[in-house]
Design a protein around this ligand. Structure first.
Ligand SMILES: Cc1cc2nc3c(=O)[nH]c(=O)nc-3n(C[C@H](O)[C@H](O)[C@H](O)COP(=O)(O)OP(=O)(O)OC[C@H]3O[C@@H](n4cnc5c(N)ncnc54)[C@H](O)[C@@H]3O)c2cc1C
Length: 510
């Protein structure tokens, strides 16, 4: 399982099937001393959608990506494209009113349409195909939830109906079918967006982390590898903007798990199917290099809060319970952000200079919401009106009537913030750490994040996340140190791989 040699890197050690793409972009040459209309930070679906739209509109755009195109969650997604979302339309209505729910439905559909239009306009070969999407209930409680989802979706004009048959091996009571759902290969899509961006004169800088952005007289200067890149506007399309900001407090980081499975026989569904368990599961089929795979995912939990291997084992057990598995070929996990009030945060960053924008809080729906956010951000940069700008504005303050998650998530962050810094844990000593194992140990009264590699070398780091001082936790599946507070993640040498941290974990010599 997962002896996959991948061509592209991702922010985890387990390879997703999308990393088999053969296209590796090289940075194109350009004059970095000129003044850009926009600097886009991050080359995931959000950043490249915004960058391409701006460049096509005649703006001078530079994209700076810390690693390579698709390194972030877009390289670890499961790439369903839906007309419904994790925040149901009923929930959206209870928090944002009927008009808000209708706009939210338009945003989700709008994201789907952007992908479709880009594929058509640029003739992108990314396996885009349209399928029905089924959602099923396994008991009375879930059946009520399903009815609620049906009512909310029909009210906002989403095409959905009750259905008798679902192509799934799990017994169910009641089910819905959403028409016109889709799936695609996210990295093939992203690579083509990058190609188009470059062809239209955009500048792509990979392996170029934006360390900080300073503003003087309306010009933002980004520090990239010691050099200053000047731009009139900046878009943080980094999934979570770096640093300590308002958005860290309003979004909770989650890990989500996916398996790519070969089945005995040909019982692969030609549809997208979801259950209503908590946490939920989904299945779909994707043909990669001529081989059919069942993609089965879910088992989400807050980053750093559960055992990652147990989550994978549980998912595999679930898969084997219902499907005749020949082999589990792929297994991988990635991170997404749950927004406090259910909708993404997009627009001007409240605590930054004018013209510095961000987009985050896409839940597990970033294919649509990242795409639509990319276009909202492009409109904001060009000073154009966008009908969704107010609904998704980062500056909104939403009382949390319908959303107990807000309270739960923030209480949890606060608990870790205090407990992680003051509570001593039952720690093991360095010599108990075997090859491939990472562990928190206590040395001279200080917590140390220690990992022993396969050569026997110990890699010792401060366990204190430089973002806001919480204690990192070992993620054995992805070989990383993950912060349970705001989702900053580091490799075994302390380098930031994802999340809001701006500094690496400090190395400790023992
Ligand atoms: C397992 C899983 C399955 C999912 N499945 C689906 C699905 O089926 N459908 C769906 O709609 N959504 C899904 N999602 C959510 C979706 O994948 C994400 O919301 C989306 O990929 C986010 O895209 P992004 O471009 O905003 O961020 P990312 O893809 O994370 O891109 C951000 C980029 O910014 C770069 N970066 C960060 N900091 C800096 C810096 N300082 N300087 C330069 N670059 C930087 C990173 O390296 C990264 O490449 C899933 C999420 C997970 C975890």
């Amino acid at each position: 399982m997962n002896n996959i040699i991948s061509n592209l890197n991702r922010d985890g050690s387990l390879a997703s099937p999308w990393q088999q793409s053969n296209i590796l972009h090289v940075n194109n040459n350009g004059d970095l001393s000129e003044l850009f209309d926009c600097l886009v930070v991050g080359a995931g679906i959000t950043g490249l959608t915004a960058a391409l739209q701006l460049q096509k509109a005649g703006k001078k755009v530079v994209v700076a990506e810390a690693y390579t195109v698709g390194y972030g969650t877009t390289g670890g997604t499961s790439s369903h494209i839906n007309t419904f979302a994790d925040t149901t339309y009923t929930e959206a209505e209870s928090a944002f009113g009927e008009e808000g729910a209708i706009l939210f439905a338009q945003a989700v559909k709008g994201g789907l349409n952007i992908i479709k239009q880009n594929v058509e306009q640029y003739n992108i070969d990314c396996d885009l195909s349209f399928k029905p999407g089924y959602l099923y209930a396994e008991d009375e409680k879930q059946a009520k939830e399903l009815d609620d989802i049906y009512k909310g979706a029909t009210k906002v004009g989403v095409d959905v109906d009750y259905v008798e048959y679902v192509p799934v091996n799990v017994p169910y009571q009641k089910a819905l079918v959403f028409t016109g759902q889709a799936q695609f290969h996210p990295i093939k899509y992203l690579n083509s967006l990058a190609d188009e961006f470059i062809k239209s004169g955009g500048l792509l800088l990979q392996n170029s982390r934006v360390e900080e952005v300073e503003t003087s007289i309306d010009i933002h200067v980004a520090k990239i590898a010691g050099a200053g890149v000047k731009a009139k506007t900046v878009i943080y399309a980094t999934h979570m903007p770096p640093g300590i900001n308002n958005l860290n407090m309003r979004c909770a980081p989650y890990r989500s798990y996916v398996l790519g499975v070969k089945l005995v026989g040909d019982n692969y569904p030609d549809a997208l199917v979801y259950d209503l368990q908590e946490p939920y599961h989904y299945i779909r089929t994707h043909i990669i290099d001529g081989e059919k795979y069942l993609l089965i995912g879910g088992n989400d939990h807050k980053t750093g809060h559960d055992d990652e291997e147990a989550a994978f084992n549980d998912l595999e057990q679930y898969t084997r319970q219902y499907y005749d598995v020949e082999a589990v070929v792929y297994k991988w996990s990635s991170q997404y952000y749950v927004p406090a009030d259910g909708l993404p945060y997009v627009g001007q960053m409240p605590d930054r200079a004018d013209g510095i924008y961000a987009a985050t809080g896409f839940n597990g729906n970033g294919m649509m919401l990242g795409s639509i956010s990319g276009t909202i951000l492009a409109d904001l940069v060009m000073g154009k009106e966008n009908a969704l700008a107010d609904l998704f504005s980062i500056k909104r303050f939403k009382p949390v009537d319908g959303f107990t998650e807000f309270v739960k998530e923030n209480a949890d962050v606060a608990w870790h913030f205090i407990a992680d810094r003051f509570k001593a844990e039952d720690l093991q000593q360095l010599n108990e750490i075997t090859a491939g194992m990472g562990k928190l140990v206590k040395i001279d009264g200080k917590k140390v994040a220690a990992y022993r590699d396969n050569d026997g070398t110990l890699h010792t780091l401060s366990s204190v996340c430089p973002h806001m001082g919480c204690t990192v936790k070992w993620n054995a599946s992805e070989t990383s140190w993950d912060c349970p507070c705001h989702g900053a993640r580091y490799d075994v040498d302390g380098n930031v791989v994802t999340g809001p941290a701006m500094h690496h974990l400090e190395k400790i010599n023992i």
